[in-house]
Design a protein around this ligand. Structure first.
Ligand code: BEZ
Ligand code: MG
Length: 601
């Protein structure tokens, strides 16, 4: 048998000889080593836990059995009061007398015993869901009763819900509905959301309906908004020893439809106000939460809302503007009301009036959409990075709300007001509310969050702290942008499960891989948030591996060429400190792909 102390010494020596100087600097004690191991464990679990799309949705095709088990496990991980079902992890934790699953989750990042408990619970939940998929609800109920003391009364509602979802995932009416729509026939309506968030979006192939903007934020969305806003401020406080004097928030329309206004709820919580419903149950007013109850300063928020949000949520735009004006007018000390402090400063510095200084809700000019930062990045049409932030402001500097005399402001150009508001921002933030789309799947996240962060960097003369939240995860975790890029890279771009799923789609799959690399590059361009190893590993996986390169060039030489050119651009623009030999090799590969495209070989 191996002597554990020798193994430990060897590991320690290995750690001390690590090529990463940061590791050599920081690991001196066994306790520190254990902490790091738990940290790595937690990161691996995070990647493992994520729902990783294993291919594209094919219109008209139901999901496959293997995909279904993962989806059902996620659905069963949340309380579903509307179906009378409790979250399976909670039921298992209670059945095993291990305490609250949320407490175990929180403690598992630093406590080995709790990490093992979490593993045990997660494993039982996965086994039960797999048993359900393989042998049906009775078998799953029996398994949970025998192995986790979960009674059939407790688990039955969960598996009834999963049975319903499973049947709906097996059917697909999309093609039929499309044909009926083209014939001008009626299509049944259904809510639009993420399946995990709201399983009642199924079956697909229905006419998606939105929400009543006067209901925004719904009570649950406001309650969730409080948790996320508190986590966000706690993270900033832990890293900076004080609160941010102002934050820039990105609000999207579809997200606020799906969550019934969680993003709006977060903005209101940061300001320290509560929505109030009128006699018709419409949210038309806000009231301040007393400072003593809030227990922290009111944070100034600069909101850039998408064109879709502006169009769909006109009453909400008015509500947000009203909230900022109310907070700026409160008779409170500057050190507890950053909105008031900033507005006063802006009025003094800019010699402007209250209406100008209090402007905080910005969007595109009426009828316009998007920041175009994504197009500029994708087409490599910029010389200095600050141009990207300037473009964001040019597109988004139109103010919405109502002035002090009650006149409606519907997209008045307010570039100077936006410059001034952004110059005080110290942190930027966007909510991710879906398991399906992450920050490297589409170019819109870097277009918005990257764009506004770049704009802040120039105007405040410092790069802001940039955060995202996983508002769907049970613990509403806040991650820095850098952490999120790393997680997405490991879970998707460099994960064989993900890229092999994409490659099953042939030509389109290669284009998706290239998109991910280009969107990652977008985070370098707008926020310098991509580690060198990301590009190095992308190069090793998709270009230097000859078998892989051969597959890519056979399936889609255009996207393969774009991917390699993008890597070379990352190096050329200084985003990637690459080995010169590696760059030579990439140049060579790029040349040979070009030859292929031009028909030279
Ligand atoms: C929105 O829902 O507001 C949105 C959707 C896609 C891109 C940008 C914004
Ligand atoms: Mg770098």
């Amino acid at each position: 048998m191996r002597d554990p102390s020798v193994a430990m010494r060897n590991t320690q020596e290995k750690m001390q000889r690590s090529e990463d100087p940061k590791i050599n600097d920081s690991i001196h004690t066994v306790a520190e080593r254990d902490r790091r191991v738990l940290q790595i464990c937690e990161q691996l679990r995070e990647i493992e836990e994520r729902l990783i799309p294993t291919g594209l949705h094919v219109f008209g095709r139901p999901s496959q059995v293997s995909e279904r088990a993962d989806m059902l496990r996620m659905i069963a991980s949340f309380d579903r009061p509307e179906a009378g079902a409790r979250a399976l992890p909670d039921l298992v934790a209670e059945g095993l007398h291990l305490g609250s699953y949320d407490d175990i989750t929180k403690a598992s990042a630093t406590d080995e015993a709790q990490a093992r408990h979490r593993e045990q619970i997660d494993k039982l939940v996965s086994q039960a869901v797999q048993e359900f998929v393989d042998s049906g609800p009775e078998a799953a109920i029996t398994l949970l009763e025998a192995s986790a003391n979960v009674t059939s009364e407790q688990s039955l509602p969960v598996f009834e819900l999963l049975s319903q979802v499973s049947t709906q995932l097996e059917t697909n009416n999309e093609s039929e509905s499309l044909v009926r729509a083209l014939k001008g026939e009626y299509i049944e309506a259904g809510p639009g959301a993420d399946i995990v968030q709201n399983p009642f979006v199924l079956p697909t192939g229905r006419n998606t309906h939105a929400v009543n903007p006067y209901h925004i934020p719904a009570a649950l969305a406001f309650a969730r908004g409080e948790i996320v806003a508190n986590n966000l401020l706690a993270r900033y406080l832990a890293e900076n020893d004080r609160y941010p004097r102002a934050m820039a928030l990105v609000l999207w329309g579809l997200d606020n439809i799906k969550t019934q206004g969680e993003g709006v709820g977060q903005a209101l919580w940061l300001l320290g106000v509560r929505p109030v419903r009128d006699a018709l149950n419409r949210v038309t007013e806000v009231v301040p939460i007393p400072l003593a109850e809030l227990g922290r300063p009111r944070i100034d928020v600069v909101m850039t809302v998408s064109g879709i949000f502006r169009d769909l949520f006109s009453p909400t735009v008015q509500l947000l503007d009203k909230a900022v004006r109310l907070v700026a007018s409160l008779d409170e000390p500057d050190e507890l009301n950053y909105v008031r402090r900033n507005v006063k400063e802006q009025m003094n510095e800019g010699r402007c009036d209250f209406d100008e200084a209090v402007t905080r809700v910005f969007s595109n000019a009426p009828g316009n959409y998007g920041s175009n930062v994504n197009f500029m990045v994708m087409d490599s049409q910029w010389e200095h990075d600050e141009t990207l932030g300037d473009l964001f402001v040019t597109r988004k500097c139109f103010a919405y709300g109502r002035d002090s005399s009650g006149r409606s402001i519907e997209g008045r150009e307010a570039r100077v007001a936006m410059d001034r508001a952004l110059s005080r921002v110290e942190a930027t933030y966007q909510n991710i509310d879906t398991f399906e789309i992450g920050i490297t799947d589409v170019d819109h996240y870097f277009e918005y969050l990257g764009g506004v962060s770049k704009a802040v960097e120039k105007r405040s003369q410092a790069r802001p702290a940039i955060y995202l939240s996983d508002s769907l995860s049970r613990d509403a975790k806040i991650r820095s942008l850098e952490e999120t890029v790393r997680l997405e890279t490991r879970a998707k771009t460099l994960n064989p499960k993900w890229y092999e799923g994409m490659l099953n789609h042939g030509f389109r799959g290669v284009a998706e891989i290239e998109n991910h690399v280009s969107n990652t590059f977008g985070w370098s361009a707008t926020a310098d948030a991509v580690d060198d190893w990301v590009y190095t590993e992308v190069a090793a996986t998709f270009a230097l591996d000859e078998t892989m390169l051969e597959r890519l060039r056979n399936l889609n030489p255009h996207s393969a060429h774009s991917l390699v050119r993008r890597l070379l651009e990352a190096s050329g623009r200084g985003y990637w400190n690459a080995d010169p030999e590696l760059l030579d090799k990439l140049q060579e590969i790029s040349g040979s792909l070009e030859d292929q495209l031009e028909g030279v070989v």
